[in-house]
Write a protein that binds this ligand. Structure first.
Ligand SMILES: [Mn+2]
Length: 308
């Protein structure tokens, strides 16, 4: 069984950008990356699609965005079943947002065990506390499962300059919170791609489908393809995307290509670095921007870093 595992598409995420052409929207790029990730599914090349949460960037996505998303997922669901759990950015009741889920689209708002052929998946929506996760995961596994689906950091996950530990930040789980049974987990929540061993389980995070934080630079983004059979294997697949650099000093601008996103993190020399970045054709995020948000503003979303 071939499974396409994507996560953290953050649909509707927007950026104030100075230098981008009129009509450009970061939200469109998030949508395009999700659509690209789903191409193998739309071609009928996979048996199952799993989205591990943070489908949307905000808890109140616009009707237009919900319609677009429902239309895309409906198209995919005609080729392969789709499983979706809410992440911490999503509306907690995703099913209510879509109102009606089409045949083949499994929106899992509560801990649920799903079966596809021989494969049993324990799907666990995002939980704020480790105790909450532990209870929900045990409930989802029920009589047994091969695979855990979660939107949760686990001890040992890494983002630049930070390693997650149990309860730090809150909701980060350790091996002691895992239900017995599954040997594999499909993860969401961490935006840099990584695989982490947690006790008996290997947790695979394909990461966000497009870059969400300055400082990711040209880090690879994409999704994961799993093969479940007698043997289990997975691999990351790259998607194209716009580099997103952080600029602290003039040297950081060297070798920069045009049209890439930069965030300037230097208050003292902000103006000088801004002009230099613009002269090189870079698009500067943040101060001095003109683009109005298309989506309702979620302050937590704006404050999001890599592990959002
Ligand atoms: Mn996320």
């Amino acid at each position: 069984m071939r499974i396409l595992h994507l996560t953290d598409t953050h649909l509707g995420a927007w950026l104030r950008v100075h230098g981008a052409p009129e009509g450009w929207s970061r939200a469109d790029e998030h949508a395009a990356s999700m659509e690209r990730a789903l191409i193998p599914a739309l071609r009928g090349e996979v048996d199952l699609v799993v989205h591990a949460g943070d489908l949307f960037d905000v808890r109140t996505p616009s009707r237009k965005l919900v319609r677009w998303t429902a239309e895309l997922l409906t198209r995919v669901a005609t080729r392969a079943p789709v499983v979706l759990i809410p992440g911490n950015h999503d509306p907690a009741a995703l099913l209510r947002v879509f109102r009606l889920a089409p045949q083949g689209l499994h929106i899992v708002d509560a801990p649920t065990r799903l079966r596809f052929g021989d494969l049993a998946i324990a799907a666990v929506p995002f939980k704020r506390s480790v105790d909450g996760f532990q209870r929900a995961a045990a409930q989802a596994v029920g009589p047994g499962a091969d695979l855990l689906l979660l939107h949760q950091a686990v001890s040992g996950c890494r983002v630049p300059r930070f390693t997650f530990r149990v309860g730090r930040p809150a909701g980060t789980i350790g091996p002691e919170h895992l239900p017995g049974g599954p040997r594999w987990a499909m993860g969401g929540h961490l935006h840099p791609r990584q695989a982490v061993r947690l006790g008996p389980i290997e947790v695979v995070y394909p990461g966000a489908t497009t870059r969400t934080a300055a400082g990711e630079g040209s880090a690879s983004k994409g999704y994961a393809l799993w093969e479940f059979g007698r043997d289990v294997s997975w691999r990351f697949v790259d998607l194209p995307g716009r580099p997103f650099a952080i600029v602290r000093q003039a040297e950081d601008l060297e070798g920069m290509s045009a049209d890439q996103l930069v965030r300037i993190a230097n208050n003292e020399h902000y103006a000088e670095l801004f002009h230099e970045a613009r002269a090189r054709g870079a698009w500067v995020v943040g101060r001095g921007a003109r683009e109005a948000p298309r989506e309702p503003v979620d302050r937590r979303a704006q404050l999001r870093l890599f592990g959002g």
